[in-house]
Design a protein around this ligand. Structure first.
Ligand SMILES: Cc1cc2nc3c(=O)[nH]c(=O)nc-3n(C[C@H](O)[C@H](O)[C@H](O)COP(=O)(O)OP(=O)(O)OC[C@H]3O[C@@H](n4cnc5c(N)ncnc54)[C@H](O)[C@@H]3O)c2cc1C
Length: 1161
């Protein structure tokens, strides 16, 4: 698909030579009509999937650090994109100015933002009316310095946010405009931010360094294939209109032809022409001009500097620095930390993420030494091979390491290409020796690195003393870091050197064979034969790789058989020892050492005439597969080959198993080990087509193929996954169950995301995931998935700004069960009867797994939350856990977790189950739905009786019971709770919940929410119990509102006798006060409540749960049964696991609700 940029060039070429007086600028109406085309249909996807989420993420930290925000938006068009931010964020905008030179847009914008707008104001809390200035943004020359000219009211006005949303259209040179905007930013701590969204091409700003940047390569703009529309569209793209008259008419006609020849017609939208419109986001702070500070400290790469990866070559980094000592690496990280910048790192330069436009890259090439330590030098007693250590500088390439180690009779298991660098061993490293010695990262025993959080030099694991840099320290979390760098090592710091355990050098017998394939049947037969009869039967010292590719009009299967031996074998009559090669002598047979091995690689030496002469560029992604000859996977492999966009594309299947499986999946970060073949989907194009449509469609082919293989795979190789949004789904499957631990470590070890371009591990910064998580529980066939589906669509309809999604937590188990047993995964997921047949075995399988990995349910839960980082409400079905809210809420302390228990009559369940009864269920427990609740042993937040057919009942339930959790009054209330970091203790982020009462309207709002969140009948409530001081403030207003008396609970000695009393440990915050005693008694007058009474407890906060437990015990003393008590708190801090404590102390049946939830301690 041609890009808008290439379309612009082609259109301009057609108009070239036509006298300039024939060209007129677009009128406001013409511009407005064409602009509309860009934001319709597919164009809107760019906003929905990229601009809006990126905007929220970039602005998030600034918005959360300030109570009020001022915004200047440059050229917003008819509607501000800020309108799509969450309500709580928009409410912080207190001043809004726009510069919009198009009169039509400016008028539209004014009517949207003016105070009498009927649609509700997008920025409801502005303190002065929004100001729409009908003029362009100028770079300040004519107005003098200081940004005059953009605001008529105050030429020196400053803004927290300056937003260029619709490309920097017509602004040249762009750097000057950004610098101008930077001067107009506020300078308080946490500086203001300039955010630019730019359509097409690169946005190179000549040495300005961006705070963060992101790309959206898959943006598409579609226009109707209609003469008038194409005329309007083409004029917009070239930036002028042709005058009427013969010349103009002729040019317009040519333009239509160009649009039609370059636009793609999609099968589904035959009346439309589509163009690729990649988008870029770049955010800058006042530190954007800080590059000189860094380059003063260390050498730069040479002017003709280049890297291997062709995608990376197209990037234009702010600078490439080349440290020559460890102090200079520290300088880089210190500089990044001081200026809120991120860094890219270059090892061998084979990935697409070592260079990024407007970002500084750190080339580690100067660290190119290899030091070999014999066993006695390492301080180990034995002289076995693996006691030899090799210390390798992070700038070394595989070929150099192999030749150096070979000189000492040693080797390290690396990959197949000599030029690949540190990215390989830090992210895994699959190679010819993997079946003998494991992955490259499995041989890592130590490392020296500069930490991303503090720029300290640290060493971890085994680093011989002579290679420990002066001043380097062994960190406390050494084990975590060593674990993490063995598979995800590009994410936590800049690695300076790695210590490998070495193995004895080997000799290799290699046989390459190429089998032309006449048709699919033959292809499948050969591939299956290769997999089941050859590869599966090989011993560890042997490996068999396959290549599927197209050559000379035919599909081919290339096979490389390899046997290695540490003994010096006499291969003069070359023959493997041999592992049942029953298809004759190989075509090409050689005996080589480790260096010679690089040359025997089939792609390098044989396919496509050997590397297509070397003048190619490639793009790879890798998924892990089993059963490659089986029908389903084979079908996808064939489809991939058939759809290859260039004849040079191929699939490389690298043999797995053997020693790769010797390491447990959670022993290193590399968490995907259970595979037969690593399928490297390799898109190749002629190098002279770099940056063209051909290169782009080849990259897209790679993504399409891996996306199709993903559901059939057992994992994804993390190497080279980066910030490209197409990598997101792959990154979610990389590292297996280690992903959550890695995400937590990333937050801990690189909290400022200095290494932002490595394989994504972070949760998006501001969207910490869903705010509301609904755990839909109930027995099998109660209709949980059905109800969840209806609730999701109701929630999505209810508020278009909310994204709700439902997922099943049991899918992960089903996937693992299917792999382990050969059951059909798709039927397990979609076929109810099939699922019911497997239910007992599935349950057994899960329980066995949990016995081995007790934290598995937590891992599954966190994985779901991790994947849902971009949505607002997550509904989870398939939970097996008793009291799931109490069990899981501390894991996601910033989310509100509720449990909706779905119940259905036994008759209906039986009918839905298709007559199957599953073990452990049915019988007496099924007879009575009330009895079902009794056996729950905890109180779900809500119960839905699912006995009616049709959507009506679940829809009504959603309206009555789920929508209130999303009511914007809750956000208003949350906004009233001031965050006080470091009070009363440096580690505490204090939330001043009682401060609500000090805000105008605060108590009224809170009372009305407490009232609506209590779903019972106030007339039946005997008393509202409250503990001084926090509870009393909120309860007393509520009490007068609902006309229910208070039951006061106070410290011992403050109420007249007769009283009841219990011991109460001090609350979390009070325990930090210097004078506090750890235990107090609380009392209540004896007769304020009595046996059988129904009581509502109101409190300000639920954190550790100690206070609430004491209150419940006191009520128990008075004879009030736990089932007759309901609790409503204003704010809950799930981190402290209060609900779990309540349950442990026997109060699991008490209904506890909270209005607000806050993360943090
Ligand atoms: C032609 C080719 C052949 C390949 N063959 C194999 C193979 O046989 N086996 C295999 O497993 N993989 C193979 N790969 C994949 C390869 O492992 C990855 O592309 C790897 O990322 C390349 O590492 P690099 O250092 O060369 O690239 P770079 O682009 O320089 O680095 C890759 C990543 O590592 C990070 N990084 C580099 N150095 C450091 C450091 N010192 N500290 C922290 N982060 C750092 C970079 O920031 C980047 O994110 C191959 C790739 C290509 C292109």
């Amino acid at each position: 698909m041609a890009t808008l940029d290439s379309l612009k060039h082609a259109l301009r070429q057609k108009a070239e030579g036509v006298a300039s007086f024939q060209k007129n600028p677009l009128s406001d109406a013409q511009y407005s009509a064409a602009f509309g085309l860009l934001v319709e249909d597919t164009g809107w996807d760019t906003y929905h999937d990229f601009i809006i989420p990126q905007l929220s993420e970039s602005l998030g930290p600034l918005f959360s650090s300030r109570g009020s925000i001022s915004v200047l938006e440059i050229g917003p068009g008819p509607k501000s994109v800020l309108e799509y931010l969450p309500n709580g964020t928009r409410r912080k905008i207190r001043r809004y100015t726009a510069l919009e030179p198009n009169d039509l847009f400016a008028s539209a914008l004014e009517s949207r933002l003016c105070p009498n707008s009927e649609m509700g104001l997008p920025f409801p809390c502005v303190e002065v009316p929004p100001h729409i200035n009908r003029r362009p943004f100028s770079a300040g020359e004519e107005n003098g310095a200081g940004g005059a000219g953009c605001s008529p009211s105050d030429p020196h006005e400053k803004y927290d946010v300056i937003l260029f949303c619709h490309s920097m259209y017509g602004m040249k040179p762009k750097r000057r405009f950004i610098e101008q905007a930077l001067e107009m930013l506020t300078e308080r701590p946490n500086d203001g931010i300039v955010v630019v969204f730019h359509r097409d091409g690169t946005l190179y700003l000549e040495g300005l360094v961006c705070h963060r940047t992101a790309t959206f390569p898959t943006g598409v703009v579609s226009v109707a294939n209609d003469d008038d529309i194409l005329d309007s569209f083409a004029s917009f793209i070239v930036g002028y209109v042709m005058q009427n008259g013969d010349v103009g008419k002729a040019v317009r006609s040519e333009w239509r032809k160009v649009c039609r020849s370059m636009g793609r017609i999609e099968e589904t939208h035959s009346h439309q022409l589509s163009f690729s419109s990649p988008n870029i986001m770049a955010a800058f702070t006042k530190h954007a001009t800080s590059l000189p500070e860094l380059i003063e400290l260390l050498p730069l790469a040479r002017a003709d500097y280049t890297v291997k990866n062709r995608e990376a070559v197209l990037q234009r980094p702010a600078s490439v620095v080349r440290p020559t000592n460890i102090g200079q690496v520290q300088d880089c990280i210190r500089w990044a930390l001081n200026h809120g910048a991120s860094l890219a790192v270059v090892g061998g330069g084979h990935s697409g993420h070592c260079l990024w436009t407007n970002v500084v890259s750190v080339d580690m090439g100067a660290f190119d030494e290899v030091h070999i330590l014999k066993a006695r030098e390492t301080g180990t007693s034995s002289d076995s091979d693996s006691n030899h250590l090799v210390v390798i500088g992070a700038g070394c390439k595989s070929g150099h390491i192999v030749s150096k180690t070979m000189e000492a009779g040693l080797t390290i298991p690396l990959g197949a290409r000599p030029s690949v660098g540190a990215g390989l061993w830090l992210q895994g490293g699959i190679g010819h020796l993997s079946r003998v010695h494991g992955l490259a990262c499995d041989s890592i025993v130590g490392a020296v690195m500069v930490s991303a959080d503090s720029a300290h030099v640290i060493y971890i694991g085994q680093v011989p003393s002579q290679y420990q840099p002066t001043g380097a320290v062994r960190p406390e979390n050494e084990n975590d870091i060593l674990w993490a760098i063995r598979g995800a090592g590009t994410n936590f710091g800049i690695v300076v050197s790695v210590t490998f355990k070495a193995h004895a050098a080997r000799t290799y017998f290699v046989e390459n064979r190429i089998i032309p394939l006449r048709n699919n049947l033959e292809a499948q037969h050969e591939l299956r034969h290769f997999d089941t009869k050859i590869a599966k039967n090989l011993r560890r010292k042997c490996a068999a790789d396959a290549y599927l590719y197209w050559n000379a009009g035919k599909m081919h299967l290339g096979i490389t058989m390899l046997e290695s031996s540490a003994a010096t074998l006499d291969f003069t009559v070359p023959k493997p020892s041999t592992e049942s090669i029953d298809w004759g002598t190989g075509t090409h047979v050689r005996t080589v050492d480790a260096i010679g091995l690089f040359e025997t690689e089939m792609y390098v030496s044989w396919m496509h005439g050997g590397h297509a002469g070397g003048k190619t560029s490639s793009f790879k992604r890798c998924v892990f597969l089993k059963d490659i000859g089986g029908d389903i996977i084979f079908e996808q492999l064939m489809a991939a080959i058939v759809k290859r966009p260039t004849s040079l594309c191929y699939l490389h299947l690298l043999h797995g198993g053997g020693a790769i499986m010797d390491t447990a999946t959670d022993a290193t970060a590399f968490g995907c080990r259970d595979w037969d073949f690593a399928c490297v989907v390799t898109g190749v194009w002629p190098r002279d087509q770099d940056g063209t449509e051909s290169a782009r469609s080849t990259v897209q082919w790679v993504y399409d193929v891996v996306r199709a293989l993903l559901p059939l795979s057992t994992g994804v190789y993390a190497a080279d996954l980066g910030p490209d949004p197409r990598d997101k789904a792959l990154a979610a499957q990389a590292f297996g169950l280690n992903r959550s631990r890695l995400a937590r470590l990333k937050q801990e070890l690189d909290p400022r995301n200095v290494l932002a371009y490595a394989c994504p591990l972070l949760l998006p910064k501001t969207r910490e995931g869903p705010k509301l998580v609904v755990l839909v529980t109930g027995k099998s066939c109660a209709g949980k998935d059905y109800c969840a589906g209806i609730w999701v669509s109701k929630l999505n309809q209810h508020n278009p700004k909310i994204i709700a999604r439902s997922v099943s937590i049991s899918d992960a188990t089903k996937q693992e069960y299917a792999h382990a047993t050969g059951a059909n995964l798709s039927r397990l997921l979609n076929d109810r009867v099939y699922k019911e047949q497997h239910r007992p075995a599935l349950t057994k399988f899960f329980l066995e797994q949990v016995q081995q990995r007790p934290r598995l349910p937590e891992e599954h839960f966190l994985n779901l939350l991790h994947d849902a980082a971009d949505i607002d409400v997550l509904l989870i079905t398939g939970m097996r856990d008793e009291a799931p809210v109490a069990t899981f809420s501390h894991l996601v302390p910033h989310c509100k977790l509720i449990e909706v228990h779905v119940r259905v009559s036994q008759k209906l369940r039986h009918a839905r189950r298709g007559g199957h009864s599953s073990s452990g269920e049915g019988g007496e427990q099924d007879k009575d739905t009330d009895a079902e609740l009794m056996v729950l042993n905890h109180c779900p937040s809500l119960i839905f009786i699912n006995n009616m057919s049709g959507h009506a009942a679940p829809e009504i339930f959603a309206g009555q019971h789920l929508f209130p959790f999303l009511h914007e009054d809750l956000q208003r209330l949350a906004d009233m709770v001031r965050l006080v970091p470091g009070f009363p203790h440096p580690n505490v982020e204090f939330r001043h919940v009682l401060g609500i009462s000090q805000k105008r309207g605060g108590l009224a709002l809170c009372t009305s929410l407490l009232q609506t969140h209590f779903t019972g009948d106030w007339a039946k409530v005997a008393a509202i119990a409250c503990c001084e001081t926090g509870g009393l403030i909120f309860a007393s207003v509520l009490s007068s509102q609902v006309n229910v008396p208070l039951a006061l609970i106070r410290e011992a000695g403050k109420l007249p006798p007769p009283t009841l009393s219990v011991v109460k440990p001090s609350s979390y915050i009070s325990s930090m006060a210097p004078s506090s005693s750890s235990v107090k008694r609380i009392q209540m007058e004896r007769d304020v409540v009595g046996k059988g009474d129904s009581v509502v407890v109101v409190d300000d906060v639920l954190s550790t749960g100690e206070t609430l437990c004491a209150v419940l015990m006191l009520l128990g003393e008075a004879g009030v049964r736990a089932e007759n008590v309901r609790v409503v708190v204003v704010a809950e801090f799930p981190f402290h696991r209060g609900r779990a404590l309540l349950r442990d102390r026997g109060f699991g049946m008490v209904d506890v609700r909270s209005l607000l939830v806050f993360g943090g301690a």
